[in-house]
Design a binder for this molecule. Sequence first.
Ligand code: WTA
Length: 653
Amino acid sequence: MSNPELSNLLHETRRFDPPAELAEHANLKADAYAEAKEDRLAFWAKQAERITWAEPFTEVLDWSNPPFSKWYVGGKLNAAYNCLDRHVEAGLGDRVAYHFEAENGDRRDITYAELLAEVCQAANGLTELGVKTGDRVAIYMPMIPETVVAMLACARIGAPHTVIFAGFSAQSIEDRVKDCGVEVVITADGANRRGKPSALKPTVDEAVAKCPTVRKVVVVKRTGQDVAWNDDLDVWWSDVVDHQSTEHTCEFFDAEHPLYIMYSSGTTGKPKGVLHTTGGYMVGVSYTHWAVFDLKPDTDVFWTAADIGWVTGHSYIVYGPLANATTSVFYEGTPDTPHQGRWWEIVAKYKVNILYCAPTAIRTFMKWGREIPEKFDLSSLRLIGSVGEPINPEAYMWYREVIGGNRCPVVDTWWQTENGMILISPLPGVTSGKPGSAMTPLPGVTAAVYDESGKPVEPGGAGYLVVTEPWPAMLRTLWGDDDRFKETYWARFPGVYFSGDGAKLDEDGDFWLLGRVDDVMNVSGHRMSTTEIESALVSHPMVAEAAVVGAADATTGQSIEAFVILRESAKGGGDDLVAELRNHVAKEIGAIAKPRSIMVVPDLPKTRSGKIMRRLLKDVAENREPGDSTTLADSSVMDLIQENLSKQSTDEG
Ligand code: WTA
């Protein structure tokens, strides 16, 4: 593993002990590690008591047919009941579930009783539309309360949802809808973004025109902008939902009933539909939310500053916090609208105690300067978390000092869409944190770092991050593709889950994440596949060939850099062409996939067997002298590329 930061990491000596007060009252104490080690399944049986089961399970884990797991066998439950009804029944109906705050200052406190009533209405509405248990529903929405209501209504009637991040293109919606045979799409007319309404429905219209399985499109009125209307397909959310009863008796489903599908980028081909089921997932997110954030539901205000369209939003805005009867902040908007202190204003306003966000956001705030957060009262914070990409020690220290006032432990949490729940993280009342390390697998989780040959490395070594035993919230398969599930995660090291991440163990045996070892990039905490973007570029008539690499970027972690060979007919296209190609990628995948730069090259570096050597392109993109190119079929290619680039200006924007 050649990571330039590696040797620095080895020398990190700073340690931050848990604050005494937090340690004393911590939800999970040090003995949990030993307890889980002694009998892992008994430990997971105990965590399952956090959930209300309509029928008890008879077996914790059925691993008789690996890698297909069944957790809490025979148990029956309803995810929405666990998030709402049981809290209302316990007298917590008046507790605020969400402080919803919109970009434009609109706000609404939604109590558990109100949320339950709205979810019941939506469940009745979806049922009236003919949505049945097992039917798939796609949700393409802004960050508004109806998005949570829609997810929970689906869960309540046992219709797995697939939430599609609202930045994705019509093509991406179409791919997902077709892959899992969606029948109903829930969307909105538009979203508010940076002070302006931006349309959502036209993108859905374009997608569903090509998706014969879609019977209905339910539209929430959010911005009030004009929308095209298809009477056969479109219905207003208010017409479906508002007249419904606020009561709905829920059915209890098998623990393995599908809860949702979340598409995630992989190394090859189209995004894969990661399937999560009900029982194990609910136990996993409830346990980790309680343990990692030391959540005290009666007093804490919790804020995950992420989008619901990603797994972090599913597990730590919706299912985990609601299962734990938490009061959360729910924010629609960007960190700099209307001003760069927006997040800190929100922390001060709602007296947020726990903040969870991505390093890319932290690095952006660092760039804007500490004087901005310093204008706000952040003294309510008691714990701060990080997720989605490696947090470099500088960002960790800034976060700890400037946001956490040197008193809040930082929990750097490692996990993935496929994991469903946090797997590696400090325990805030137990672990002495080290800047830049995700520290150790949580009690109940067994992870290791393997070398090439599948042997665990000793402390001090580096290699591939694996999870050696099943965990409750693990993905069950890839929707409709068991073979790809096996190949992607279980083939590299037979019998164990391979994450696709590189990691190292320091001398104490603590984990340091080193980023992906495959062709997946991490841009602002979002997973992007190089091959997917290459396919999008090649689908443009002017492009003959394309190669995409992720280059190191101080703010976004990585940036997308593309190299293209043009077809003869397109030569001489210039800046317009580059702009057109960037827009083409936005149209094919979504604006988040736009390459930062597109360099037109005469040829690409390839091995004799025709494989593109991305490593050399990465050197170019990161302004390094290209490394060893002796295995190239044509060794003059790199000179040609360098020569060509010095003539070209790149398109920023
Ligand atoms: C990366 C997001 C380092 C990793 C929850 C993983 C991290 C991918 C961390 C999953 C972390 C996530 N430190 N890297 N604390 N957390 N990653 O599926 O490369 O969007 O494989 O899930 O993000 O991204 P995903």
